[in-house]
Design a protein around this ligand. Sequence first.
Ligand code: FAD
Length: 380
Amino acid sequence: MTLEHDIFGLLIDTVRRFVDERLRPLEAAVEAADSIPSEIVAEMRELGFFGLSIPPDYGGLGLTMSEEVRVVFELGRTTPAFRSVFGTNVGIGSQALVMSGSEAQKAKWLPRIASGEIITSFALTEPEAGSDSASVQTRAAIDGDDYVLTGGKRYITNADKASLFTVMARTGGPGARGVSAFLVPADLPGVTIGQPEKKMGQQGAHVCDVNFDAVRVPKENLLGSEGEGFKIAMRVLDRGRLHISALCVGIAERLIRDCVAYAGERSQFGQNIADFQLIKAMIADSKTETMAARALVLQVADQKDAGEPITMEAAAAKYFASEMVGRVADRAVQIFGGAGYISDYGIERLYRDVRLFRLYEGTSQIQQLIIAAEVMKRGG
Ligand SMILES: Cc1cc2nc3c(=O)[nH]c(=O)nc-3n(C[C@H](O)[C@H](O)[C@H](O)COP(=O)(O)OP(=O)(O)OC[C@H]3O[C@@H](n4cnc5c(N)ncnc54)[C@H](O)[C@@H]3O)c2cc1C
């Protein structure tokens, strides 16, 4: 751990209190309004949430991965739409810059990302390039001192609020080696943002199309070298997958607590439903799987902090944790009975919210392919 132990403890206490006192009471209102109140966003800025992972030299808290996942466990105890407000700044929107940016690029952008003054987004997916992300068709053609970007991105989280995009675009031939990464300010002429999509869950977090119509991006906005973009994107996603896994664990822990509380209050057949062995079995299965996912996340975070490669490990954590929280949410609906299906109880909302985790930052099938490929490469 880099932060002094007791300072980190203080941060965890603060996050826990913020979640309990400020965020949880607003869950239903955020779902109804499909928007996070601006005073909550301001409080998140004050608390340093936008800079959790950004190095202190650039105004962030500089948490290690093992510290970050512990903070995310706490944030998981409420609707994940709240985390999405700063999730891109902490993760996929900033990490290409942190990992591969030049000193000048970092100095220009990171302090404003860490403070939450600007929002960042990660733009990889396209209408014809989802799981097959190395096939992106957005082009970046060199012209004098600029690259000219043309193409369209799809389902980009926080695009409607973003001031800066990390965009993967093709500068070379087909395949992964032809892709480069760029920092693209949202106010450049030719950048347009679509309307937020209507989604199954996580209301308050928005995804939109982003279009680039002959956008002139200065050469100095290239991240790393030409042809490195796909590799950079995959390193960003390794880290992002671990962060998402921690979120799954936090939500599963919240759901189990809700189940225990409800089962302790609800009576049928003249006894508490918590006394029924079939209810206990569901709680035991959910707890066991959640503990396994928590242990896996913490282990992989330690490996990341030790500088070890985590491509396979992060994919395994994301695969297991996202499938796990889906099962836990499904059991929670079952334990609540009819109430599990009724909005007022909040369980059906979390059931819908967690469905996304098996889809973005690589579907479960893509995680399986990554795990198998890495295991075979390593010989077992
Ligand atoms: C709410 C939301 C937020 C998102 N945020 C972002 C963002 O900020 N930035 C960004 O760049 N993208 C983002 N995405 C995009 C997301 O990462 C993609 O939707 C996801 O990677 C899947 O791509 P696809 O939707 O094109 O599905 P497809 O690739 O079309 O997949 C369809 C099905 O085919 C399966 N499949 C595909 N290939 C294989 C294969 N080789 N073997 C077996 N099965 C396969 C998939 O697993 C899936 O079941 C977001 C998506 C959503 C829904």
